[in-house]
Design a protein. Structure first.
Lengths: 382, 282, 278
């Protein structure tokens, strides 16, 4: 039984997984399949249940209901050390009393593996820190500790590698660098990675598939591009990047397109990007998809007229504009600074236009602020 | 299932030991305290008569020593707090890289037997020591004033002996204070005194409570300082209990006194903890 | 114009104010120096009088000699008393550390019914005056017709050391990051191996500290020992008994030697620890 579970391989299947603490439901009837070999991200703010899900997969938390399968093996109630699953812990959890070498060798020794030295040296080379083998964890920088934590996990060649906010403690620049390295290492060793994070950019950079979690459930799952371009809910639209959501009414059909009335102005959008259930809807457009033009200049695609520029922020690669529309809503527009055109000024009267295919439509009864008021970066949930 | 049994198995030997050699003796002490002497029996022969008046007799006969025990213990505790608090503060915030060394130095006198040090005080304060003649010639004390064998010497000795018990918990909780909170207080228009009263002291309260308890409890039951540094008029309850046991062989009275002392300490400590408003002890 | 203004605004602090400010800044340090002086006066006195050429009673300074240090067992009974104290100290430390550490793990690592009662049972011995503890234990021994002596003293010492061990080790366990144990389990160590390879090594400094504390409490105890040791003489008891007729300078030698030995041990221990961590 123990032997069987530790050698299990294959897709990870969570079936109707639930975890409650007293009255609080951390994970709510969650079902999910993570294909072997993929880089999967669980994305959401603190308290959304992503860490609890991860801990149940690792065996550190027992589910209240539901099951976890790895390939054909049921591992729901097996002990953490009986699972072919390793974790890169938040803040790394390196053993302070052991050298780097012994930290990495820890799992191999417990499994009675031979050639420990060789395996450890190989993985130290992979993370490019072979010279640190005899140091203690406290002598390492944050970035180095992060790599050692990763090495300590992947040296065991687990069926599944869990990463719990692995880059949370690093500064921004190092984080970007490690994101690229992690992605590369995942390809190199060919393991299944399950990555938990609250940082949408991190998830989008690394993962093949992202599941956005909200209140213990999966809000939407798909490739980064799918989630970004075609969010199904206001929560996803706001949590992944920023969105302009404009209240409207679906007023007609035009072949593969829907005609939507936004405060008296007609726009169109592809039918397959509408998630509305009746006539009322919110039309969604990402800020960088908008183009701004002065009155009396040529426009293409969907156009909204009558705006004027309320605020201009120059941020190097782009300029961000707040454009106030006749119905009082302020729209956000990002313009690339790549065309040598002088930026617009505060007070300019402008039109806004965009390609219809970039539009998505949400249900009209959505809370448009969902997912946008998330507290920034609260680590150490629970 | 096996999981839930582990803590009990871990507790069993230690608690078994404490039950046999701590709880049982206390129960036994309780029942000794109501015994009376066997009439016509040998010295030290007692029988159970449930004579609770033993307590009244013991208290009435020794109320002076009772009062003195608590008075001395309270004074020594307050003095120790006054000495230890700035000391602990200085070690925590002003000692830089010498922090660990200074901490060791606080504990270091422990390693010389406390009896040796108490007797050293007796000799330092004594007529043959250098202190008394010096003070006399400077006119600070009169020619007839002595320092040893006085209540002053007893309280000073107690303060001295329990000082590390006060300093260590104080240090532990002061050291945990983030110095930035003190700066923040200053930034928010609090002067030094206000910062101490409103920020430092409340944050170090667990240490104050633990330190005063660790000083007060042994001080109230102490008799060594009174025996070495005092005179017959500075006797504390501990001295009485000791002589009842060893010299007079009056076990019931000694037991009744011990019990009263323990009860009084527990009541005082409970009131104090309530007042100080902290439940997290040691 | 601007040059002039600049010169004029450079403030000069009068020397008196500067001294005042220096004292203000260093007041607490000065205070600490006085406190340390208070702590060390009797230690220095004891050390100085260990060189006194005093004969039997070491009350008055009679002249410098190294004789006491060359022959620390010169006075009758000093070394047998010391030997008893060390034996009792080791035995009490050994048992109190084992029992106390087990209790600390139970309370610090497990949630179970009766946890708060357990905490109370640990607190009670610390809240009991030594004289009550010593007297009650003696009464029990007398009831069971056990004569006071070596083993009753060891038992008494274990009783009052256990609580201090529990408190010290519990604090160390509480400061342990639970993720380290989770990481060990994650890396294929079962419960026993996790304990042996991760938990125990990380708690070890706490256990060592507790043992050191237990030994020094036991070695220095007088009150409880006095009740339960009968005719056996320990080092503190020897000093107390001989105080009336004057303590031989050899006792000062042993007291001072213990002081320096312990100080060296602690400092070396800290240096080794620092090297390990850094």
């Amino acid at each position: 039984m123990v032997k069987a579970s530790i050698e299990a391989r294959g897709d990870l299947r969570l079936t109707r997984l639930t975890k409650t603490y007293g009255d609080f439901t951390a994970v709510d009837d969650l079902s999910l399949t993570i294909p072997k070999g993929s880089f999967f991200a669980l994305l959401g703010p603190s308290g959304c249940g992503k860490t609890t899900t991860l801990r149940m997969i690792a065996g550190l938390e027992e589910p209240t209901a539901g099951s976890i399968h790895l390939g054909e093996t049921d591992i729901t109630t097996t002990k953490p050390y009986q699972r072919p699953i390793n974790t890169v812990f938040q803040n790394y959890a390196l053993f302070p009393h052991l050298t780097i070498f012994e930290n990495i060798a820890f799992g191999l020794r417990r499994r009675g593996q031979k050639d420990v030295k060789e395996a450890v040296e190989k993985v130290l080379n992979l993370v490019e820190l072979p010279h640190l083998a005899q140091r203690k964890p406290t002598q390492l920088s944050g970035g180095q500790q992060q790599r050692i934590a990763l090495a300590r996990a992947i040296v065991n060649r687990p069926a599944l590698l869990l990463l719990d906010e692995p880059l949370g403690a690093l500064d921004l620049k190092l984080r970007r660098q490690m994101q690229i390295e992690l992605k590369w290492i995942q390809k190199e060793v060919g393991l299944t990675f399950v990555h938990v994070t609250h940082d949408q950019e991190e998830a989008m950079t690394m993962a093949d598939t992202i599941a956005v979690m909200n209140e213990g459930q999966i809000e939407q799952m798909g490739s980064p591009a799918d989630l970004y371009d075609n969010p199904e809910t206001a929560y996803v639209a706001n949590f992944l990047g920023q969105s302009n959501l404009i209240k409207g009414t679906i007023s007609g059909n035009d072949g593969d397109s829907l005609i939507v009335d936004l405060y008296g102005q007609k726009i169109s959008l592809p039918k397959n990007r509408s998630h509305a259930i009746d006539n009322s809807t919110y039309a969604g457009i990402r800020p960088e998809k908008f183009r701004i033009s002065l009155l009396n200049t040529e426009t293409r695609g969907n156009v909204l007229t009558g705006g004027h520029i309320e605020d201009v922020s120059y941020i190097g690669v782009s300029t961000q504009y707040q454009v106030e529309m006749p119905w009082g809503q302020e729209l956000m527009v990002f313009e690339q600074n790549d065309d040598g055109v002088a930026p617009f000024n505060k007070g300019d009267a402008v039109n806004i236009s965009w390609e219809p295919t970039f539009t998505f439509a949400l249900r009209g009864d959505e809370d448009v602020t969902a997912g946008s008021q998330i507290e920034p970066e609260v680590l150490d949930e629970e | 299932m096996g999981k839930n049994r582990t803590p009990y198995l871990l507790l069993l030997p230690g608690f078994g030991f404490l039950f046999t050699f701590f709880i049982l003796p206390i129960i036994n002490l309780a029942q000794t305290s109501t015994q009376t002497r066997v009439s016509g029996g040998d010295t030290g022969q007692y029988e159970q008569t449930l004579r609770f008046a033993n307590y009244v007799d013991a208290f009435v006969d020794n109320k002076e020593q009772f009062g003195r025990s608590f008075l001395y213990a309270i004074i020594a505790t307050v003095l120790a707090l006054a000495i230890a608090y700035p000391l602990a503060y200085a070690i925590a915030f002003k000692s830089g890289k010498y922090k660990n060394l200074l901490l060791v130095l606080v504990v270091a006198p422990f390693f010389t037997s406390f009896l040796l040090r108490t007797i050293a005080w007796k000799q330092i304060l004594g007529e043959e020591g250098f202190l008394v003649p010096t003070l006399r010639s400077l006119g600070i004390i009169s020619q007839s004033t002595t320092l040893t064998s006085t209540s002053f010497a007893v309280v000073m000795g107690m303060t001295y002996n329990f000082l590390p018990f006060m300093t260590l918990p104080l240090y532990a909780s002061i050291d945990r204070i983030d110095p930035r909170t003190l700066e923040a207080s200053g930034d928010l228009y609090a002067n030094g005194l206000t910062t101490f009263r409103r920020v430092t002291l409340p944050l170090s309260m667990p240490g104050v409570v633990a330190g005063t308890l660790l000083t007060f409890i042994p001080a109230a039951g102490d008799y060594v300082n009174a025996a070495i540094l005092g005179n017959p008029n500075t006797k504390m309850l501990g001295n009485v209990i000791e002589s009842r046991y060893f010299k007079i062989v009056d076990y019931p009275t000694a037991a009744a006194l011990s019990f009263t002392l323990m009860a009084a300490i527990l009541i005082l400590v409970t009131l104090y903890i309530r007042k100080a408003g902290t439940e997290e002890l040691v | 114009m601007t040059q002039k203004l600049k010169d004029a605004t450079i403030p000069t602090i009068p020397i008196g104010a500067r001294i005042q400010r220096w004292i203000g800044r260093n007041l607490i340090r000065i205070y600490a120096i006085f406190a340390f002086t208070y702590l060390f006066i009797p230690v220095a006195y004891t050390f100085a009088f260990s060189f006194n050429d005093s004969g039997k009673s070491n009350l008055i300074w009679k002249g410098f000699t190294l004789g006491n240090w060359q022959n620390p067992c010169g006075a009758p009974e000093v070394c047998s008393a010391l030997g008893n104290s060390i034996k009792i100290g080791f035995l009490a430390t050994f048992f109190a550390t084992i029992l106390g550490t087990m209790i600390a793990f139970a309370i610090g690592r497990h949630k179970f019914r009766g946890r708060s009662t357990s905490n109370l049972l640990i607190f009670l011995p610390m809240a009991t005056p030594e004289i009550v503890m010593g007297a009650s234990l003696l009464s029990l021994f007398l009831v069971f017709k056990i004569n006071p002596g070596f083993w009753p003293t060891v038992i008494a010492h274990i009783v009052f050391c256990i609580s201090f061990v529990v408190v010290t080790v519990k604090a160390r366990i509480a400061s342990l990051d639970p993720r380290l144990e989770q990481a060990a389990m994650d890396l294929y160590a079962n419960e026993f191996e996790t304990f042996r390879r991760v938990t125990l090594p990380l708690v070890a400094p706490g256990i060592a500290g507790a043992a050191l504390l237990a030994f020094s409490l036991s070695f220095d105890d007088f009150i409880i020992t006095n009740f339960n040791s009968g005719t056996l003489t320990t080092f503190p008891k020897f000093i107390y008994v001989s105080a009336a007729r004057g303590i031989p300078a050899q006792a000062n030698v042993i007291g001072s030697a213990m002081f320096f030995l312990a100080l060296t041990l602690v400092i070396v221990g800290q240096l080794v620890n620092r090297r390990k961590v850094r």
